[in-house]
Design a protein around this ligand. Structure first.
Ligand code: ATP
Length: 208
């Protein structure tokens, strides 16, 4: 069965943490393809000052030369709110025989029960959760704990399956887009945090 990795995010801007997670899921689970899907108009956040198309363009630059990593502009091109459940449903309709393996970080997982139609979302593909510094599972709500208990399996190429949840074995990476934006606003060097530091610096964006 074809397995497609899905990694959505605001990518405001993309950083090495994102890139490393995409590589980890590709390599550990032998996914021929991992799609990075920048949000258009995110449902849980105010519209960022940098345009969706700009964020998408930086994702494209960041994954240049990375085997199997693909920048997908479906949310950027869509008008109105983009819910993950709609995007995954659309992807599943486009590739009915494929298994969607989608990734979120621990901060997103702790809030997943606030996402639109979240239980349905869990049934669409196999969810991978990446650990993140300062986001411990102890804070998990009872409904998410229950889902995790019922659905979790150790992630490997044989256990990938619709409706399951696994922890991705990935390094703890203390990097965030917030940190990149804050450092740029202070005029600091972000070349250790993001592959698109040249583009960010020359754009002058985030320097407010
Ligand atoms: P911001 O600081 O603006 O909130 P972010 O760094 O969390 O941004 P997003 O584009 O919002 O980046 O993240 C997309 C997805 O990647 C989310 O599911 C998030 O949890 C995950 N993610 C981002 N950075 C990391 C990281 N360092 N470790 C683990 N997961 C991460």
């Amino acid at each position: 069965m074809q397995k497609i990795g899905i990694f959505g995010g605001t990518f405001d801007p993309i950083h090495y943490g994102h890139l490393e997670l995409a590589r980890c899921m590709r390599d550990q689970l032998q996914l021929a393809e991992v799609r990075l899907i920048p949000t258009g108009l995110p449902p849980h956040r105010a519209m960022p000052p940098v345009s969706p198309q700009q964020r998408f363009d930086w994702v494209k630059v960041a994954i240049t030369g990375e085997a199997g990593l693909i920048a997908d502009d479906r949310e950027v091109c869509r008008k109105g709110y983009c819910y993950t459940v709609d995007t995954l449903t659309e992807l599943q309709q486009d590739t009915p025989n494929a298994l969607l393996v989608w990734l979120i970080g621990a901060d997103s997982w702790l809030n997943l029960n606030r996402w639109h139609r979240w239980r349905e979302l869990l049934d669409i593909g196999h969810l991978l959760i990446a650990a993140r510094p300062d986001y411990a599972f102890e804070g998990l709500s009872p409904d998410l704990s229950e889902e995790f208990a019922n659905r979790s399996v150790i992630a490997n190429t044989d256990t990938l399956s619709r409706g399951k949840i696994s922890l991705l074995s990935s390094p703890l990476m203390p990097v965030s887009s917030t940190l990149v934006r804050e450092m740029l606003a202070r005029g600091e060097d972000v070349s250790a945090l993001t592959p698109v530091w040249r583009q960010l610096e020359s754009s002058g964006l985030y320097r407010f």
